[in-house]
Write a protein that binds this ligand. Structure first.
Ligand code: SF4
Length: 467
């Protein structure tokens, strides 16, 4: 009779978790937090649903296509694995019957949470797949590794500075899913940034729902970092981030900045290069009436004038924005106003959605819903104008020498590679197609900066020769 293996000596199987992360960069940072915690507790990851003991799906619930993709992924994970925990924005959405949408459509999921819910997700994981005992990881204090698991390439990272939003734009259900604005303590944000730079990050992308509002909920109170006081406010945060980035020459890029007057204070930092002269400002429309109907923040601001002043103060500034065409009640005249704005404001990079109703959004009740083909036709017209502006602005770069952050370069870049200048955020803007370097001895690696001479424009991208 063979001896029963001693429990302490038997090799314990490490529980494996499959993870799918859908949605925007804000959802991605939620995924990174959950994965960091899972890894800290000794869970392993699985690349397939079948190879996992349990699957977590971080969902997006913003527009109908994203909802469909999320629901399909949950269905796939249930069919292939059976044990599924759902988190993220879709998890917070209610269906037509007033009940939880995910639970109604997929009643066999093990647990459903909203976004920004690391602890609830971990509680659900512990219930259904007990954490492994590991004498090393059990000694690691909670919250270790301020720069934990990243889902982005090694050289860039998203830094989420707040959660939720105090605005109530009529087309948006994010506040109902993520709640009011909650700013992260400035010390935590700066510690995470320092850890990211120390880990090799060369580009930090600051994200939130409303970056300009950072600290409003805390009444801009003074926090502490590195033994010195720092106010919980966008300007002070960005100043400090610039200082932390400077020794490694890393970039700091700001997203979701609403054009409030205090954003002007950032211009000197952009001129000196401590933060990139790049602002992602989601205007959504230009016509005052439309902005009112959309209930947009900063809708009373004179945006054209503000942009003109920004460009005078910092001629290198690049403006990215997103817009909605065919919003309920939009007249042809109001739409023309938007086209004129894009031309006059010389928006460098623009994205545009044809308006689509989101279940639960106040805009659904607005009069003047336009037929889908009109919304789509306006989106196409908008993009034709926006692309012409964008390409003309790219053309102005030809002949210049620019710093490029290399995203990929096989074989040490001898045959060229792909990178981006300060004017291009990853995933959403164009890129720089790098030709083989001028000097045969020059090499390039992903995550390194190189100087390159811009030799042409190819669609939304630049063509450049590394020098
Ligand atoms: S600012 Fe408006 S669009 Fe953005 S998250 Fe807040 S409510 Fe939504």
């Amino acid at each position: 009779m063979s001896e029963a293996p001693s429990p302490t000596k038997s090799p314990t199987k490490t529980p494996k978790i499959g993870f799918v992360s859908l949605g925007c960069p804000k959802a991605l940072t939620d995924s990174e937090r959950i994965l960091t915690q899972l890894s800290a507790e000794g869970y392993a990851s699985s690349k397939t649903f079948q190879g996992a003991d349990l699957v977590i799906v971080n969902t997006c619930g913003f527009i109908d296509d994203a909802v469909k993709e999320s629901l399909d992924t949950i269905g796939e994970a249930l069919a292939e694995n059976g044990k599924v925990i759902v988190t993220g924005c879709l998890g917070a959405r209610t269906g037509e019957d007033g009940g939880n949408m995910v639970r109604r459509l997929h009643p066999s999921v093990l647990a459903v949470t909203g976004p920004h819910a690391t602890q609830e997700v971990m509680d659900a994981v512990h219930r259904h797949l007990p954490r492994p005992h590991d004498p090393f990881t059990d000694l690691v204090p909670a919250g270790f590794g301020v720069a934990g698991v990243k889902l982005t390439p090694r050289h860039y990272a998203y830094l989420k500075i707040s959660e939720g939003c105090n605005h109530r734009c009529s087309f948006c259900i994010i506040p109902s899913m993520r709640g009011d604005l909650v700013s992260r303590p400035v010390g935590d944000v700066l510690s995470e940034a320092r850890a990211l730079f120390a880990g090799g990050v060369k580009e930090l992308l600051v994200i939130s729902q409303d970056t300009s509002a950072y600290g409003v909920d805390l009444k801009y109170r003074t926090g502490f970092w590195d033994g010195r006081p720092v106010r919980t406010r966008m300007l002070e945060l960005v100043q400090a981030l610039g200082e932390i980035a400077a020794p490694s020459g890393a970039w700091v890029r700001l997203h979701y900045v609403y054009p409030y007057p205090h954003v002007d204070e950032l211009l000197p930092l952009m001129c000196t290069g401590s933060v990139l002269p790049y602002l992602d400002v989601p205007f959504q429309h230009s016509h005052p009436e439309m902005l009112k109907r959309m209930r947009r923040p900063a809708s009373g601001e004179r945006n054209l004038e503000r942009l003109r002043r920004w460009r005078e103060a910092c001629p290198e500034i690049v403006i990215r924005s997103s817009f909605i065409a065919g919003f309920p009640g939009e007249t042809e005249e109001e739409f023309q106003h938007l086209l004129d704005f894009v031309r006059e404001a010389q928006i460098d990079r623009a994205g545009c959605f044809a308006y689509s109703a989101v279940a639960g959004a106040a805009a659904n009740e607005l009069p003047g819903m336009l037929p889908p083909q009109v919304r789509e036709e306006r989106r196409a017209r908008f993009m034709a104008v926006a692309e012409a502006v964008s390409i003309a602005r790219l053309q102005r770069r030809v002949g210049a020498t620019m710093q490029v952050l290399v995203d990929s370069a096989a074989g040490l870049g001898r045959k060229g590679g792909v990178g981006r200048t300060y004017a291009d955020a990853p995933e959403i803007d164009g890129s720089v197609q790098l030709l083989p370097p001028e000097k045969i001895s020059k090499t390039m690696r992903a995550g390194e900066f190189t100087q390159a001479r811009i030799v042409g424009v190819r669609g939304h991208d630049l063509l450049a020769r590394p020098i």
